[in-house]
Design a protein around this ligand. Structure first.
Ligand SMILES: *Cc1c(COP(=O)(O)O)cnc(C)c1O
Length: 379
């Protein structure tokens, strides 16, 4: 056996879609990107969806468009991928790390309240591993304080949570299509919002300040000769080179059509893992997984024998990982505020197991068998 931790799921359909771009000789920002955005908007039921080349770019621009006071503080989960917090630094803002809820390991609402100070201007809340952080409490609380909320949805594709989709609770939601995520475009991301005014410059921000749709408003240049001005654009904001391209979007359109099925496969795998581990004493599911209601990018277990389990599974051809080293423990972030003892203690016990939509029953059963074998040795 040789079982991968993550794996994108591709078929001939993706190749055909890419071939279509080659045949049209159009691989840059184009109509596939528009179509992909349109379909995401429909899928989530949101007002705005802007396709970017990563979720990291989405997080950067989400905070940028909020025009937060330089040097103000942004509260963010400690147990997350680097980008959730590097986006804060890109904007000359200061991260304050919020500890995990001991059960779900998502953002702790209690610790969020405890870490809040008057110079906080926003929250980046991560739906860690796909399990909802309590945005039903966080968002109304943030509104009361007058601070913005960005949802980092890199581990989810926006299922319903208490009547609203994950990613649409806050002001902006950021999704990832990196190769290990729930669906992929190679690299890619989507920024979603119901606040059209807030994200009105987003198309310019993603393409070095150019928003071709705005050129029509530039009366002063175009009055004399509209027809000869097809090349015209106006730059009025400092933008970045963060757009998605048509090659990536063509893959995204196919992946989006398969997403429900891929998510169902992953949920089935998680259900098997959870059921398979019921009798285990030393290896326990990391969270109270609810794969019937939510989608998960990561499946992990907690064990006192982390290193032993990783070596044991390695020996038997099962890949493992650890998501994540809390950012409070990373050299870049050590100097920032926010003690997070729960996240740091959880990290000592976390082992990520294989989860992707092409895992076979045979492979999942094999991993469970090995976990139970390990448990028998250590309990
Ligand atoms: C993967 C990930 C990101 C960044 O996504 P990219 O599309 O690779 O930039 C951000 N936040 C979290 C929690 C992630 O796991």
């Amino acid at each position: 056996m040789n079982i991968r931790l993550f794996k994108p799921s591709f078929g001939d359909e993706e190749l055909t879609a890419v071939q279509g771009c080659f045949d049209r000789s159009w691989v840059g920002l184009g109509n596939n990107v528009n179509e992909f955005e349109k379909q995401w908007k429909e899928k989530l039921g949101c007002e705005e969806a802007i396709a970017l080349n990563s979720a990291t770019a989405a997080l950067h621009l989400a905070l940028a468009c909020m025009k937060l006071p330089k040097g103000s503080k942004v509260l963010v989960n400690a147990l997350t991928f680097a980008s959730s917090a590097t986006a804060i630094l890109y904007n000359d803002l200061v991260p304050v790390f919020v500890d995990s809820d001991p059960e779900t390991l998502g953002m702790s609402f209690e610790d969020l309240q405890a870490k809040y100070t008057d110079d906080c201007s926003a929250i980046v809340v991560v739906h860690y591993s796909g399990h909802p952080s309590p945005v039903d409490k966080i968002v109304p609380w943030a509104k009361e304080k007058g601070i913005k909320v960005v949802e980092d949805c890199a581990h989810t594709t926006g299922p319903m949570y208490k009547g609203k989709r994950l990613g649409l609770w806050g002001d902006i939601g950021c999704y990832s299509f990196e190769e290990k995520k729930l669906m992929t475009t190679g690299d890619g991301g989507m920024l979603c919002s119901n606040d059209s005014e807030l994200v009105k410059d987003m198309k310019a921000l993603r393409w070095v300040g150019i928003d071709k749709d705005n050129w029509k408003t530039a009366q002063k240049y175009t009055d004399n000769s509209v027809d000869s001005m097809h090349w015209f654009y106006e730059i009025s904001v400092l933008g970045f080179k963060y757009n998605m391209n048509d090659l990536a979007a063509s893959i995204g359109l196919v992946q989006l059509a398969k997403l429900d099925q891929m998510n169902q496969n992953r949920s089935g795998t998680i259900r098997k893992y959870v059921d398979g581990l019921v009798s285990s004493k030393t290896v326990k599911p990391m969270l109270p997984y609810n794969p019937e209601d939510f989608v998960y990018q990561v499946f992990a277990v907690r064990t006192k024998y982390k290193h032993e389990l990783i070596l044991f599974l390695k020996e038997h051809g099962v890949a493992t990982g650890c998501h994540y080293t809390p950012l409070t423990m990373q050299p870049l972030f050590e100097k920032y505020e926010g003690e997070c003892p729960i996240a740091e203690a959880a990290y000592e016990e976390l082992v990520t197991l294989p989860l992707h939509s092409d895992l076979t029953d045979e492979e999942v059963n094999y991993v469970i068998e090995k976990l139970l074998e390990f448990d028998a040795k250590y309990s």
